[in-house]
Design a protein around this ligand. Structure first.
Ligand SMILES: [Zn+2]
Length: 224
């Protein structure tokens, strides 16, 4: 499977999981730092998971739906252009192939044969860059991002359940940063790039978010 096909869905999955880990771990660490009991920490984490997963799904659904709307409008326009002015569409497609390096004669012939075979498909693919693989799928995109967020958020929640109360703060921080680093390394490797910088980058921002919320939690705990 070519890298470009992997990168698309991997990027969304890693982003979702990163979000899940960082936002839920930070929430949990903040509440633990305020000296709250385990059930309150767990409840906060679960509420964070549900809220985060729903907002990721809603955001993804809305943004991919608007892309899908644009694709549908382009499809309808292309259909009507083909129906009303075939010759102009043929010239347009041939010009695209000439720009890609074909001779005029060959470009005309390729455009003729491809339009005879599947005119709409040829124009969508070569003129608009819309192909079957890249068609916007709002529901799948929403479900994928909600699922990856939830999987990420499950890591700190599991640690809240398993760790002694006194160790929840540091335990969730270390466990979550470890998972963030592993995710950073996996996505870098799958994307075919060096692992060090992406891993340090995602771990740094995760640590910063957790440190800030821990500070807020401590301040609240001190005044509480
Ligand atoms: Zn066209």
């Amino acid at each position: 499977m070519h890298l470009v096909k992997r990168i698309g869905w991997l990027r969304a999955a890693v982003l979702g999981a990163n979000d899940g880990i960082v936002s839920t771990a930070s929430l949990v660490i903040g509440v633990a730092a305020a000296g709250q009991p385990r059930m309150t920490i767990l409840l906060t984490g679960v509420a964070g998971l549900v809220a985060g997963a729903m907002s990721m799904a809603a955001g993804e659904y809305v943004s991919v739906s608007s892309q899908s709307d644009i694709e549908k409008a382009d499809l309808a326009r292309e259909k009507s252009e083909l129906a009303t002015d075939w010759d102009a569409e043929h010239r347009e497609l041939a010009l695209i192939y000439r720009r890609r390096g074909l001779t005029k004669e060959l470009a005309d012939e390729v455009a003729t044969q491809l339009m005879d075979h599947d005119a709409l498909g040829a124009h969508l693919r070569d003129e608009l860059g819309i192909s079957e693989q890249l068609v916007a799928r709002p529901v799948q995109a929403a479900a994928a991002s909600a699922a990856s967020f939830s999987i990420g958020a499950a890591v700190p929640l599991l640690l809240v359940v398993l760790l002694p109360l006194a160790l929840i703060g540091w335990g969730v921080a270390i466990g979550s940063l470890f998972c963030l680093a592993a995710l950073g390394a996996i996505s870098a490797r799958t994307g075919g790039v060096g692992m060090l910088v992406p891993t340090l980058r995602v771990t740094f921002w995760g640590a910063l978010a957790m440190a800030i919320t821990a500070g807020v939690g401590l301040a609240f705990g001190a005044t509480g």
